[in-house]
Design a protein around this ligand. Structure first.
Ligand SMILES: [Zn+2]
Ligand SMILES: [Zn+2]
Length: 106
């Protein structure tokens, strides 16, 4: 499925905001760090709309087979951190999704 022009535009805007925020960690609680060796990407190529197979009971996603080159670390609160290992292809997808989930800049 190809993204619509609006989605591409939105995504570019979001990524630009993330890159700005990455220079100032106070703006967005997301950091990208190098992944340890032999870490597998935590993402997948499934549709993330309401029709996503992940919404089906019992669905088991095979995930992305790539080796993660980076880890997207999200800080939620002072002592909580969630790490999402990401291959080069999925890194921006993960950041974009996290930004959407956190509603942009806090
Ligand atoms: Zn999946
Ligand atoms: Zn991947």
């Amino acid at each position: 499925m190809m993204p619509t022009p609006q989605e591409t535009f939105w995504s570019d805007q979001t990524l630009a905001a993330v890159r700005d925020a990455a220079r100032d960690p106070k703006l967005l609680p997301v950091a990208v760090v190098a992944a340890p060796d032999n870490t597998r990407c935590s993402w997948c190529d499934c549709d993330d709309s309401e029709d996503s197979p992940h919404n089906r009971p019992g669905y088991r996603c095979a995930g992305c087979p790539e080796t993660a080159m980076s880890v997207v670390a999200v800080h939620s609160g002072p002592h909580r951190r969630y790490d999402y290992p990401a291959c080069d292809r999925h890194r921006d997808d993960i950041i974009t999704t996290l930004v959407r989930a956190t509603g942009g800049r806090p």
